[in-house]
Design a protein around this ligand. Structure first.
Ligand SMILES: C[S@@+](CC[C@H](N)C(=O)[O-])C[C@H]1O[C@@H](n2cnc3c(N)ncnc32)[C@H](O)[C@@H]1O
Length: 243
């Protein structure tokens, strides 16, 4: 097993792939004015947000590049009676080939970092109708003076991570109006993400090979860092309007 395979083994049956919660998704929807129409979920993971958006009346295309997540979402959509409302598609977020102004809503929980904040929101903008909303959650600095340990960790993990204020400035510079920002509570990190991940670590540590040990050590380090410095960085939800 490679370290990357070990990483996926830890992550595949977690409830979600980034900090978040149904409460936060609902809150962000409300801040966005409970939009209707067509939504594109970008980097949807197992699609917890997609399911909620569909339940709230949006037609959803859910996209990711990890097919097992899309298969899981498809099963969940059928079970929830949303088969006609959620379509899944295996396509990369840097190759979204929909015509300009196809969507009323772009939704990206914990996935913009894959392209980097500016490239993501800039390249996705053409997909949005004028007046449409982009809702994205992104890991940001919450302080101007992070501790050395936190700074060093993120210098490796996400070197271009911005402060929440800088992320807003980048959005404004790229032609978005800022409707709202919302810092996700610590419970969004633990209840459905780090908590289940800790249990997974404990189970998989029992007969871990070298790669699995490496993946577990790295996951534990990340969790410990948040436990120590969770007031210095966090996930922030950005509710942006295409002007
Ligand atoms: C941190 S997870 C967030 C998933 C989900 N939105 C959530 O909140 O649970 C990032 C997701 O992006 C997907 N991903 C990675 N690279 C991608 C790419 N180039 N295009 C689309 N999705 C990608 C991963 O498979 C993963 O599901």
């Amino acid at each position: 097993m490679t370290v990357s395979e070990a990483f996926w083994k830890i992550h595949t049956d977690l409830p979600r792939q980034a900090p978040g919660s149904d409460n936060t998704t609902q809150h962000l929807l409300q801040l966005a004015g409970n939009p209707t129409g067509k939504a594109l979920d970008i980097g949807c993971g197992q699609g917890r947000a997609s399911l909620l958006l569909a339940q709230r009346g949006l037609t959803v295309i859910a996209t990711d590049t990890f097919q097992p997540f899309l298969d899981e979402l498809q099963g969940a959509a059928v079970a929830a009676g949303l088969r006609e409302i959620i379509t899944t598609r295996n396509i990369s977020m840097d190759a979204l080939d929909y015509p300009d102004e196809s969507f009323d809503v772009l939704w990206a929980e914990g996935s913009a970092y894959i392209l980097g904040w500016e490239r993501a929101i800039d390249s996705w903008k053409r997909l949005l109708k004028y007046g449409g909303v982009l809702v994205a959650t992104e890991c940001c600095w919450l302080t101007d003076k992070p501790s050395n340990e936190a700074r060093q960790f993120w210098a490796e993990g996400y070197p271009t991570m911005l402060s929440a204020k800088a992320a807003v400035d980048v959005a404004a510079k790229n032609g978005y109006g800022i409707i709202a920002t919302y810092t996700l509570p610590a419970s969004d990190w633990f209840d459905e993400y780090y908590g289940p991940m800790k249990e997974k670590h404990a189970g998989l540590a029992i007969d871990a090979d070298d790669s699995m040990e490496q993946a577990i050590t790295s996951g534990r380090k990340e969790i410990e860092l948040y436990e120590k410095y969770g007031d210095e960085y966090g996930y922030v939800g950005f509710v942006l309007k295409k002007n």
